[in-house]
Design a binder for this molecule. Structure first.
Ligand SMILES: Cc1cc2nc3c(=O)[nH]c(=O)nc-3n(C[C@H](O)[C@H](O)[C@H](O)COP(=O)(O)O)c2cc1C
Ligand code: SF4
Ligand code: SF4
Length: 265
């Protein structure tokens, strides 16, 4: 039996996890955000699928890896989806999995549409479609590798390793220290129709609705699900050009899929 633990904001990682699970046939999908905060053990074949944030892992995934015991797992793999710059993510995943009791047998990086619209626009429709298709093909290859219990690692050039190490000690550390409170920069404009979808999309129940409009609660994972799933692009980030930028979520992932990982508090 394979268990695939997953976390996802805009659906790229969810789609990859689901494609791998379908390819394997006997796999169960377990959403990281809804797991209890208690220590736990995972056995059999174990996969962990999640996006890269600031060249590293989302905090919720780091916290999961800090409390899961993988020492009795028979094969462990990690899949990182990113906008093409996984940076120190693969190395960090390897370190955290080793600390959880098991050096991973395989680490894979999958390119997908980048969703960090605080810094750049989403890819255009054609690029998105191509990236989504390539990610689907990558997931099919990965399920073949997992079936064969193959060894794999992410190969990076020396220059990429050096620049990402430098980036990690500056921006990565800052991200880890300030992530939860960064939602103070989020606001809903008058375009908000009070539909409530942002609260539904949030994997960690960090949005409360007040008169139907979102209020952020200060334990944000910065997954950007609320921003991208808002049907009228009403959510902006103060100090970033998000009003001028597009919105993205994976074309074959529904809000119900994303909401299925929701942590109830
Ligand atoms: C806070 C944040 C930080 C990000 N940092 C990176 C990064 O360092 N490198 C990169 O290539 N993509 C980065 N991205 C883009 C995501 O990793 C990428 O779009 C990912 O596939 C999203 O997965 P999801 O759809 O499962 O949420 C970042 C996105 C967010 C929201
Ligand atoms: S998803 Fe958008 S329109 Fe709906 S309540 Fe949230 S901010 Fe308002
Ligand atoms: S508030 Fe928005 S960005 Fe923060 S965790 Fe929830 S959905 Fe993600």
């Amino acid at each position: 039996m394979t268990t695939i633990y997953w976390f996802s904001g805009t659906g790229n990682s969810y789609a990859v996890a689901r494609d791998i699970a379908n390819g394997l046939g006997d796999a169960r999908m377990a959403p990281i955000a809804s797991l209890s905060p208690e220590p736990m053990a995972a056995e059999g074949v174990v996969g962990v699928v999640f996006p890269v944030y600031f060249y590293g892992l989302p905090l919720v995934v780091r916290e999961f890896l800090a409390r899961v015991d993988l020492s009795r797992a028979t094969y462990v793999f990690a899949v990182l989806t990113s906008g093409g710059f996984p940076g120190r993510g693969p190395a960090q995943a390897e370190t955290l999995l080793r600390r959880a009791g098991r050096l991973p047998d395989a680490v894979f990086a999958v390119n997908a549409p980048g969703n960090y619209i605080a810094l750049y626009d989403v890819p255009n429709v054609d690029s998105s479609r191509r990236l989504v298709e390539e990610a689907r093909e990558a997931a099919t290859r990965i399920s073949g590798d997992v079936k064969a219990q193959a060894k794999a690692s992410v190969q990076q050039r020396r220059i990429a390793r050096l620049t990402s190490a430098l980036f990690s000690v500056t921006f990565g550390r800052r991200f880890a220290a300030t992530c939860h409170k960064q939602d103070r920069r989020f606001l809903a404009t008058t375009a908000c129709t009070r539909c409530g979808l942002c609260a539904r999309a949030c994997p960690v129940a960090n949005i409360e609705l007040e008169d139907g409009r979102p209020r952020w609660l200060g334990h944000c994972e910065q997954c950007f699900a609320c921003i991208h799933w808002c049907p009228v692009a009403a959510i902006q980030i103060r100090g970033a050009a998000t009003a001028k930028r597009g919105r993205y979520h994976h074309p074959n992932v529904s809000i119900d899929d994303i909401a299925s990982q929701r942590r109830e508090v």
